[in-house]
Write a new protein. Structure first.
Length: 382
């Protein structure tokens, strides 16, 4: 049981691979039907063939490459990539080559891998944690900021008036559903007159935004919150996953929008009962493994001015790519994912900022020292 819990935590930590770590047999296989009469393609080896299909997919699907000049730059790399693929001998070498050719594209959701690489990365992360002396993942009052073998859990320190929430994945634990978990936590905080909530997402590689929204509902008025603006690239591959988008794509093009990003309409708030808002101070802990939906949570906090962010400079972009489409290359065992949406952060004046700086920089490598900083800076004696 402990081994399974350990593995689940390690998978969360492997943020660059979790977007594509799923049942490979269920992934959409890229078609090469358009190349059946292409003599050059037919004479290529399997690595070259999959490299060609990968380049086509990224150029036609990813929002970054909606601009012609960017596609031209992207395809200028093809000759060198195909030459490199001539001498490849393993699927892992192809995956490395394709990830390298992505280059300056700042999107960890768009990547490729193999089953072997996922296993090796998992073992490497386990070894790294063991060498650091982290052998237990249970909630630990002595080493509170080390990773816990839970999706989420909290501890209250009444003598410091702090509630510490370790939020490791934006997902639901059926044994303790997130909505009831939050209700219980905030009720206990209210009963104990807890003045500070620490939300630690330094191990959170993402998941579903809806769970971040559930937390935000307790912290900020939903009818006042500024949120992301989503833009979709209505590609043919995207419509394979969402058949209902076929008509949307046709109508968009009829209006003269040839290969332009489609702005998704904002969600309207209907009948909604806002939970009682927490009125104490909120501190978010951001680390190098904070990504995706967890990054969105912090971006909402920053751009709506609720909470203080401590930790390290983000590895995610506050404006970012997402809504991943998983795929398999047909000639090898390489699989991956590609983004089809661009999300502009709530504060449009900062859309192009590549990362987020913490309000206070904290060295998270030393867990004991970072927790000591938290309690000394934000703890309140009762």
């Amino acid at each position: 049981m402990m081994k399974e819990k350990l593995l689940s935590v390690l998978i969360v930590l492997l943020t660059g691979l979790t977007a594509v770590a799923q049942d490979i047999s269920k992934l959409k296989v890229l078609s090469d039907s358009a190349y059946q009469a292409n003599t050059m393609y037919q004479t290529c080896n399997k690595y070259q063939k999959d490299a060609i299909l990968f380049m086509d997919l990224v150029a036609e699907t990813h929002p970054y490459y909606v601009k012609p000049e960017r596609r031209e730059e992207w395809f200028s790399k093809k000759v060198a990539l195909l030459e490199r693929c001539k001498s490849l001998e393993t699927d892992e070498a192809l995956a490395d080559a394709l990830n390298e050719v992505l280059g300056k594209l700042k999107d960890k959701h768009t990547c490729v891998t193999t089953t072997k690489q996922v296993k090796e990365a998992t073992l490497a992360e386990r070894k790294k944690l063991m060498e650091a002396g982290i052998t237990s993942f249970a909630p630990d009052r002595e080493h509170i900021m080390r990773p816990h073998a839970t999706v989420y859990d909290y501890q209250i320190f009444p003598d410091k008036s702090i509630c510490y929430l370790q939020f490791n994945k934006c997902a639901n634990n059926p044994a303790d559903p997130f909505p009831t978990f939050l209700d219980r936590m905030f009720a206990e905080m209210e009963a104990g007159n807890i003045k500070t909530l620490v939300v630690d997402v330094q191990y959170n590689g993402g998941g579903s935004d809806q769970y971040c929204s559930m937390l935000i509902e307790h912290l900020y008025p939903i009818n006042k919150i500024k949120t992301f603006t989503a833009y979709t690239r209505l590609s043919n591959f995207m419509t394979e996953y969402f058949p209902n988008a076929v008509e949307l794509k046709k109508n968009w093009e009829k209006e003269g929008h040839k290969d332009e990003l489609y702005q998704e309409p904002a969600n309207k708030i209907g009948d909604y009962q806002q939970p009682k808002l927490y009125e104490g101070q909120v501190v978010f802990v951001m680390g190098p493994k904070t990504f995706s939906s967890a990054g969105n949570l912090l971006t909402h906090a920053r751009d709506n001015h609720f909470g203080t962010i401590i930790g390290t400079t983000s590895t995610f972009g506050p404006s970012h790519y997402g809504h991943v489409l998983a795929f398999r290359l047909p000639n090898t065992e390489v699989y991956g994912s590609v983004s089809c949406q661009f999300f502009a952060r709530p504060d449009e004046s900062k859309t192009d900022e590549p990362c987020m700086q913490p309000d206070i920089e904290v060295n998270l490598d030393d867990k004991d020292a970072s927790w000591k900083f938290v309690i000394e800076k934000y703890g309140i004696k009762q």
